[in-house]
Structure formats: C-alpha cells, structure tokens
Unconditional design. Structure first.
Length: 437
C-alpha cells in the first residue's frame, strides 16, 4: 500500500516522457501555481491513469477576513481533457476554501499551499489537459495546458510508468510513506533524491536491473550503477536513489531510467532495453523559492542595494558555490522576516529590476538607465508629469513626485526615450525595503 504525503516547498513542472510518450506544457497568467501529471497503468487493460497534482500557494490567492477574525480564500479548480481534435472528453470542477488564523499565512509569508490530486482514465492516444485556477474573490484566472501522449500498457510484456521525484521515504509497518518533490529543480536536494515509478511485469517473477542516465541535450554526462530489483508478476512499486549530481551548470537535463534483463555485465546497449521512463529535471539555484537563472547578472544588479565592496566580496568567491553562498548571506541579512520562508526584500528588489527592464530600456538594459535606477531604489512615484520643451518639441521632460514630496526630473533630449536624470544630478541612497512602510 502506498500512502502519499504531499510536502512541497517548491514545485516547477518540466516535461515528462513515459516509454517515450511525451507531454508538454504552456501557461497563461502571471501568478504561480504548480501542476504535475504522471501516467500509470489503469485498472483495466484498455486505459491508463493520469494522476494530476495541483498545488496553489497561498501567496497566489486573495484573502478576506471574516467577522470572526479568520482569513479565508476561495478558488475553483477546473480540469478539462480534450482529444487531439479538440473535443471535450471529460471535465472535473472543484471549489475549494482555505482558512488560516495567521495574517502571515494570508500573505504567503510561510510558504503554505493547498494541494489536491485528480485523475483521468484515458485510452491510447494524444490529449490536451487544461487546468484553470479561478480566484473566486478577485475572479483572476491562471491557466496551464499540457499535451500528453498515452500508451497502451497492455501491448508490452514489460513497461514503466512515469517518474515522480521523491525527497524522502519512510517505511512504517510495511507501508511506504513518501514525500513527493513535485519540482524538476533539484538544486536544493544536496543529499540526492529518489525516483518512484511502477514497473509492469506481464511475465514470471524475475530480477530486473535498473540504471539511470543523466543527459544534457544529446550528451550523456552521468551514468549510475546498476541496481537489481526482484519483481513479481503484475504491478511493482520501485524506488531508486539518485545521488546528487556534481558540477551541474544552470540548465535543463534529461533523467532517464532504463530497465534491463538481469546480468553481471556492466556494459549495455539499446538492444537490451526492456523499457525506459524519462523526464526533465532542472538545476537552477534558488533563494527564498526564487530561481537564480544567472547568478553573475544578479550580482551585478546589486548596485542599488549593496556597496561596491560588498559586490566585490561576492564576485571574488573562488567558486560558483562560494559566490552563491555569499549572495545568499547578503540577502539573508536584509530579510525583514527571517523566521518565514520568504524574503520579501529580495523578491521586491528583483521584481523592480524586472519591471525596469521591461519599462525603461533604451540604449541600455532598463535596470541600468536613470529611470530604472530611481524606480528600483524608490519604487513607483505617487504622480508623473510629462511635458515637451516649448522651444524644442523633440526634447521631453518627465517629473516623478513621491509621497514625501521628493521629486526627480528626467530629460529626453532627442525624443528617442533615452531619459537622463536632470535633477538631482546624483542619487546616493540605496534600496530599503522599509523606506515607505
């Protein structure tokens, strides 16, 4: 008996391939939800079971406070299954309510979440799975779509289900309790992880060898040792320990588990494969649950919150890991709520950097422009006034006024949107999370 305990601190979905049956994903909506789909053999020979894991972080939801002082949020989960021609085959809709007595929970400060598991039973073919999360208070919607190929497991004498990443397994009285790590980002799993899958053996009980491979595009970068498991006829639940890969660069990798006939040979080739299960994993260092895609760039972007000596100290780390640790130490020192799992100062700062890049870019990236600098340090102005020069219509002035009556004047001398700070001529302040709180 398998008892699943959902404990998820971060969950970012990648691709899942089952016996080379592939799924892919796209999404709309700016907020984050987490969605994984794993294919298993169904209860009959005619179908497969698609288990869908849906995780909605509290920080994604809008909370209200009841008369009793309880904070609550309401949202709807909608799952739709379409065939390859776009025909709706099945739909599941579920209204959910979450409650908390803690204001910090309602703001997502403790990284709490709502989780649920749903299943579709599907015959062989290609399908599209649509997930829509609707906040019933704000009516905001988040949508994800998955393309999935379902195989007919009964056609194979031996086959494997999809793979679930597992951070921990506990055996109690013959039952296995697992903690799924429903993310493809393994950067924080320093002690390695397990993969869980089912092996379907339609022949007599026998020993089967399993080996994992880690690929980067078409390059094989790591091969594990063979592990032998005795499999009964029928469905078998299998766990394999995957050591933490070493010296990975930020990027996406393919984790492949291969089933082979039991042998003392250490060399194998594709002609010996009994079955393969494959999915992507990612290696992307994180801070407070936020992925650091480009550490060197993130360090350079510290210029509006850190001193030059602090930035040099981080940059002079002898290794990538040392730079990352120094970067994390810097932001840990600015965390306004160190007892929570989020670092609001870090999140706000890089959200401002991202906004500056999208809004103020000219000849330079937005975060390096004068407007980007002021926005990152001080945030959104209370009011903005723009006017043309009376004597030179191609020259444009823009004035930003803040709630403390401080103002900044920018000038675009050529009409191309390249605004330079005119007054004051310099800015000496650094970003401060608590400035206007």
């Amino acid at each position: 008996m398998l008892k699943i305990i959902l404990y998820i601190s971060l969950f970012i979905l990648g691709f899942l391939l089952v016996n080379y049956a592939q799924t892919s994903e796209n999404e709309s909506g700016s907020a984050v939800i987490y969605f994984d789909a794993i294919l298993f053999r169904g209860d009959s020979s005619e179908n497969a079971r698609l288990d869908m894991f849906v995780v909605v972080p509290y920080q994604t939801l809008s909370f209200l406070r009841s008369e009793r002082g309880v904070f609550f949020a309401k949202f709807q989960i909608s799952l739709k299954c379409f065939d390859q021609n776009g025909n709706l085959l099945e739909e599941k809709t579920l209204d959910r309510t979450v409650q908390t007595n803690q204001y910090e929970d309602s703001q997502g400060l403790n990284a709490n979440f709502d989780e649920s598991i749903h299943s579709f039973y599907l015959q062989e073919g290609r399908y599209r799975i649509n997930l829509t999360i609707t906040d019933l208070i704000t009516k905001n919607k988040i949508e994800k779509n998955r393309e999935i190929s379902v195989i007919n497991y009964s056609k194979y004498r031996f086959s494997l289900s999809g793979m679930m990443l597992v951070s921990d397994i506990i055996e109690t009285d013959g039952n296995s309790s697992i903690t799924p790590f429903l993310s493809d980002n393994i950067s924080n799993l320093e002690n390695g992880f397990f993969v869980f899958f089912e092996a379907y053996n339609n022949e007599q009980a026998r020993n089967i060898d399993f080996v994992y491979e880690l690929w980067s595009d078409s390059k094989l970068i790591e091969v594990g040792n063979k592990v032998t498991r005795f499999l009964e006829k029928g469905t078998n639940q299998v766990y394999l320990k995957i050591p933490s890969p070493k010296n990975l660069l930020t990027g996406t990798y393919y984790l492949k588990v291969i089933a082979l006939p039991h042998s003392s040979d250490t060399i194998y080739d594709e002609s010996q494969y009994l079955a393969v299960s494959q999915r992507t994993i990612r290696y992307a260092p994180t801070l407070a649950g936020n992925v650091l895609e480009n550490l060197d760039l993130a360090i350079r972007q510290l210029r509006y919150v850190a001193t030059n000596s602090q930035i040099r100290y981080i940059e002079e780390g002898a290794t990538y890991e040392q730079k990352l640790n120094r970067f994390r130490e810097f932001w840990n020192g600015l965390d306004p709520n160190p007892n929570t799992k989020r670092n609001e100062a870090f999140e706000e700062y890089y959200q401002r950097v991202e906004y500056a890049n999208s809004r103020f870019k000219s000849y330079l990236p937005g975060w390096q422009t004068d407007m980007g600098m002021v926005y990152i340090i001080f945030g959104s102005p209370a009011s903005v006034d723009r006017r043309q020069d009376y004597y030179n219509p191609s020259r444009v002035y823009e004035r930003w006024i803040y709630s403390n009556n401080r103002e900044f004047i920018f000038v675009d001398n050529n009409g191309f949107g390249d605004f330079k700070l005119l007054s004051p001529t310099t800015v000496t302040e650094k970003y401060d999370y608590n400035r206007y709180r």
